[in-house]
Design a protein around this ligand. Structure first.
Ligand code: NDP
Ligand code: TDO
Length: 303
């Protein structure tokens, strides 16, 4: 059975490729923009350059590879940039998904698509799978539109919703909360962290495992795949500082009225993951154990 991963140079993509190779249940077809940035030790021989915004390329390559599953991790994930580059955000997060749906319809592949807590307004999280979406930023709106395109189609689909993914990958195109908190504190910088937003931060390895459990069990529908600890960004930063023995006094507690970003963030999100635990046997790490896994990888990579 073959799994094609889109955006395989990304944080989740790299973890998926590694897990598929290590578990040796499926054959991985890693794909992405440009050249592979996957770690050398994976000895990737079958990298596929695939721009999912290019419909003809998608139809031709999927037609050639005939994957049993497509895990779509590719997206414009810089939330603030999505506010200022709406057309680019729509092209990648919605139009490109239509190409994948068309290819899955024609070649009968099961689409496992990554979505987000940002489809919700954050009024009353953590959320179950049947909660009513109501995005508060453009990124969230595009991810909800993509969900609607998929759910209206006739393909075999699974939607994996996740939250605030953290981890370390090779040659990353964007950072994540543990890394930028650790790096900033190591440089002696002062940080402001909000104490009124709620998340269930997700270790990238756990997210990859959740996606592969869905493939193994051929599970369809919506699954919340996130961490199990409900934390504010302030609490995440304090736990990160404690773990790495960094100066907690440089972390200033603030709130979302004083600390704003270009794109509005939903206040209280996070996910209830009972369905994934019951249906899939999904079992995520605690936040502190997740930091420990990341710390080991940082040491190995001599960060
Ligand atoms: N990170 C998070 O906190 C969360 C992520 N998600 C969702 O999970 C998924 C994976 O997230 P994450 O791994 O963090 O994302 P990343 O930003 O790390 O990876 C996305 C990848 O998509 C690639 N890409 C961009 N444009 C194209 C294209 N046209 N064709 C093919 N690939 C393309 C990027 O390539 P390049 O590296 O060359 O730029 C990048 O490698 C996304 O769908 C995201 O919406 C949901 C909730 C939280
Ligand atoms: C940069 C920064 C963020 N924060 C807070 C705001 C926010 O809730 C949280 C994370 O902020 P960031 O801007 O790093 O991450 P953010 O862009 O909010 O991450 C989002 O990425 C997309 C892809 C998703 O799908 C979402 O689930 C979510 O993970 O930390 C602070 O408190 N202080 C800061 O200096």
């Amino acid at each position: 059975m073959k799994i094609l991963i889109t955006g395989a140079n990304g944080l989740l993509g790299q973890k998926l490729v590694r897990q598929i190779i290590e578990e040796n249940v499926f054959e991985a077809i890693p794909s992405g923009l440009g050249e592979s940035r996957l770690p050398e030790d994976l000895k990737i021989q079958n990298w596929l350059t695939l721009d999912i915004q290019n419909r003809d390329q998608v139809m031709a390559e999927i037609g050639k590879m005939k994957p049993d599953y497509i895990i779509n991790t590719a997206a414009m994930t810089n939330v603030d940039q999505c506010e200022s580059k709406k057309e680019a955000c729509k092209e990648l997060n919605i139009e490109a998904v239509k190409h994948l749906v068309e290819a899955c319809e024609k070649y009968e592949a099961h689409l496992i698509h990554l979505s987000t807590d940002f489809i919700f307004d954050g009024e009353n999280g953590p959320y179950r799978e049947d909660a009513t979406p109501n995005p508060v930023n453009f990124y969230g709106w595009t991810k909800l539109e993509a969900e609607n395109v998929i759910q209206k189609s006739s393909i075999k689909w699974s939607i994996v919703r996740t939250v605030l993914v953290y981890g370390i990958a090779n040659d990353m195109s964007r950072s994540n909360i543990i890394l930028w908190v650790k790096d900033s504190l190591e440089k002696g910088e002062t940080l402001q962290l909000v104490n009124d937003q709620i998340r269930t931060p997700t270790l990238a390895e756990d997210l990859a495992n959740g996606c592969l459990l869905i493939a193994q069990k051929q599970a369809v529908g919506i699954y919340n795949i996130s961490g199990k600890d409900v934390l504010t960004p302030y609490e995440m930063a304090m736990q990160t500082a404690a773990y790495f023995g960094l100066d907690k006094t440089k972390i200033k507690e603030t709130d979302s009225h004083s600390f704003t970003q270009d794109a509005e963030r939903p206040m209280k999100t996070g996910f209830i993951i009972e369905k994934a635990i019951a249906d899939l046997g999904y079992s995520p790490k605690s936040f502190m154990d997740g930091i420990g896994i990341l710390a080991k990888q940082l040491k190995l990579a001599n960060y």
